[in-house]
Ligand binder design. Structure first.
Ligand SMILES: Cc1cc2nc3c(=O)[nH]c(=O)nc-3n(C[C@H](O)[C@H](O)[C@H](O)COP(=O)(O)O)c2cc1C
Length: 366
């Protein structure tokens, strides 16, 4: 059964394990004649790569991506693009202790129960090293989108660490690149630095909420009823390691609103319909409205912590475990570029689907 691929026309199949020689993605369905070289993908991988500051894992991976196929003379050929990232800083001995024990909060126990074999070195396939391959594939999607939707902009950022949320009135997108947390609220970044420092020193961890916005997507992406773009965004985000919840637009907050407050009113603008607000997150009936596509996802606290936890062994004996090795105290930080990459892949897939289904939107307004 093939469950390592996603997308319908722009498909991404990831492969590889945390402590194997390499991992990567096979990208199929990429249109031809799109300028592409490894440096265009590397910028996104550099955003995700570990060891960049004291708030992320100290595993040192260059995360250098190589393009093995599908590109000729600097342009895509329309054939499968094979992307490969070599693992260079594996320290399998860090994981000797977990050969027989299941780490709480990790996939060790379920992989073992299901398959009866597991690569215990850093979680193998369940490790979030896999998300490097998604980021590389997302880079390909972005290059295609540049030519198909030049106004599209995908921006991800952290809006909450633990219980501490950003001040929505203080959002300044130019701040995102200025702090290690990819947050648009400079004050929140300062608070989080202190908070995370304390947690890191005590060997503990914390969760986070990430928001990803795509502006400049046209109306009409997504189709009834199992090809809704919100369904696909939610699936894509939920498939990221450690994600435990996904919201679109007002999300769970919509349940607290009245119908009068929630339904975004429609006005006629100079260039077509405009909306008074965006509780719908830019999607009605699974089809994009042309407003910003807005999604948020919640990431659980890092499970590998320097605290003694109770567990069991493969033979069913009770045991204790401290997960040594190198880990992110808040995996939400490095999940930001992963969320952006997934959004890029979903949007491109829907742009190609839309082209196949409709070509151009059929219903005119005004
Ligand atoms: C970018 C990223 C980095 C991660 N790094 C770690 C880590 O260092 N330590 C850890 O315990 N979990 C980490 N995780 C989460 C685990 O991979 C994940 O919790 C585990 O595989 C179990 O899967 P699940 O939480 O989706 O059920 C990371 C997740 C992401 C998105």
């Amino acid at each position: 059964m093939s469950t390592n691929s996603f997308g319908r026309l722009f498909t991404v199949t990831t492969w590889g394990e945390s402590h194997g020689p390499a991992l990567g993605a096979t990208v199929d369905g990429c249109p031809p004649n799109i300028p592409l070289d490894a440096s265009m993908l590397q910028v996104w991988l550099d955003k995700r790569k570990p060891g960049q500051n004291k708030y992320t894992t100290q595993r040192q991976e260059a995360d250098e991506v190589e393009i093995l196929s599908g590109v000729f003379e600097g342009k895509t050929t329309g054939t499968p693009i094979q992307l490969m990232i070599r693992n260079t800083d594996q320290r399998s001995k860090d994981y000797g202790d977990i050969m027989d024990k299941f780490r709480p909060g990790h996939a060790d126990i379920t992989y073992w129960q299901k398959y009866g074999i597991r690569d215990y070195r850093g979680g193998g396939r369940s490790s979030a090293r896999e998300t490097a391959a998604r980021v590389a594939a997302g880079g390909v999607a972005r290059e295609v989108l540049k030519s198909m939707l030049p106004d599209l902009k995908i921006t991800g950022y952290m809006v909450q660490m633990g219980p501490d949320k950003i001040d929505r009135n203080a959002i300044d997108l130019s701040q995102i690149e200025q702090n290690p947390f990819w947050t648009p609220d400079a004050d929140a970044a300062e608070r989080w630095a202190d908070y995370l420092n304390g947690l890191r020193k005590s060997g503990n961890s914390v969760g986070a909420v990430i928001e990803v916005i795509a502006s400049g997507a046209p109306a009409g992406l997504g189709a009834p009823v199992y090809g809704k773009i919100d369904t696909d965004i939610a699936t894509a985000m939920m498939s990221i390691n450690a994600v435990k919840g996904v919201e679109i637009g007002a999300g769970f907050g919509a349940a607290e609103l009245t119908g009068e407050d929630n339904a975004d009113e429609i006005f006629m603008g100079q260039d077509g319909p405009q909306y008074s607000s965006n509780h719908a997150g830019g999607i009605l009936g699974g089809i994009s409205t042309g407003q910003d596509l807005v999604c948020r996802f919640a990431v659980k606290p890092t499970s590998s912590i320097l605290k003694t936890r109770k567990t069991i062994t493969k033979s069913g004996e009770e045991a204790e475990i401290i997960t040594k090795g190198r880990h992110d105290p808040c995996v939400g930080i490095r999940a930001v570029p992963v969320g952006e990459a997934m959004m890029a892949c979903v949007i491109l897939d829907h742009v190609l689907l839309h082209r196949g289904q409709i070509g151009e939107n059929q219903g005119k307004i005004g």
